[in-house]
Design a protein around this ligand. Sequence first.
Ligand code: FA5
Length: 341
Amino acid sequence: MKNLKTKISTIEAQCLSELKKARSLESLESVRVSYLGRNGALTDLMSTLKTLSLDDKRTFGPALNQLKQRLTLAYESRKSELEKKSNTSDALFDVTAYKPHQMQGSLHLYTQIIEQLSSIFISMGYTIADGPEMETEYYNFTTLNIPEDHPARDSHDTFWLSQPDRLLRTHTSSVQAHGMEKTPPPLALFAPGRCYRNEATDATHDFMFTQGEGVFIDKNVSMAQLLATAQTFLQQFFGTEKLKIRVRPGYFPFVEPGVEIDGSCPFCDKGCSVCKYTTWIELLGAGLIHPNVLRVNGIDPDQYNGFAFGFGIERLAMIKYGITDIRLFHSANIPFLKQFA
Ligand code: FA5
């Protein structure tokens, strides 16, 4: 019987010490299971009662029950201590915690390019303008000197919406009239934004893409100012003052004269795969704003004139970063996007 007495006091001492050492509710639970659980040390000891004589049963039965009560009480009290601790913010916030291999977010390439372009135009005194992507025929075409029967409408493969007179804008030139309505001249606006054309996609064409539109209106605005603006912004965007521009005639109903502006290849002076071995790259559509566009927006073309230019933002980014497929931009392809993180 001495043996049983020793066992009782050993189990009590061990269990109390392990309860004290438990630092979390999980480790406390495993102490409970190993002493008070169905196959725990105390339950095991209790099962030996049936082998004892009646006298010994009278002695050890109550002794074991009291031990069970003491250990259960000790367990409950340690549990409430640990619960209290885990509810305090101190316990929740571990300043030394470090979680390796976390995925880190970054700005999307679109955002980065639009921010680069916007800050160049802001540094030249332009204001950033915005317009709706769901447009009316009026803003996308009519106000831009493209009446209903004008063949230029056919060159824009338009997504017409089921609501009458609603379409997805085919170019950011639609922001021109919104800008003129809001701000009397002189005005200088840069409008980056998403456009849509109902076209088959390939490596350089998408049904959804972004354009940047520049509009400048003041008195005595000249073609020379347009060309200087275009060259300055392209030099800054591509990070080279060596970049030159050249001008070819171009047709857009909302400018007169209209021009296409090419930039000298920012990567070579003898020809390379980016400039298709021509040393020039087509970059902007531009021109002096047509008097009809000014007039329809309440600006007297005898007092004011201006220039406008537009370009594909993906196209500029593809040249700058050597991207070979425009569809990667909105593909959510993580390895592609990570290169620009
Ligand atoms: C226009 O959209 C005129 N609004 C630009 C303009 C503004 C001219 C102001 C004069 C004054 P265009 O259709 O050429 O022009 O488109 C301009 C650029 O948008 C193209 O050079 C190209 O880079 C980009 N773009 C046009 N269609 C697509 C397409 N389907 N996918 C990707 N980029 C496109």
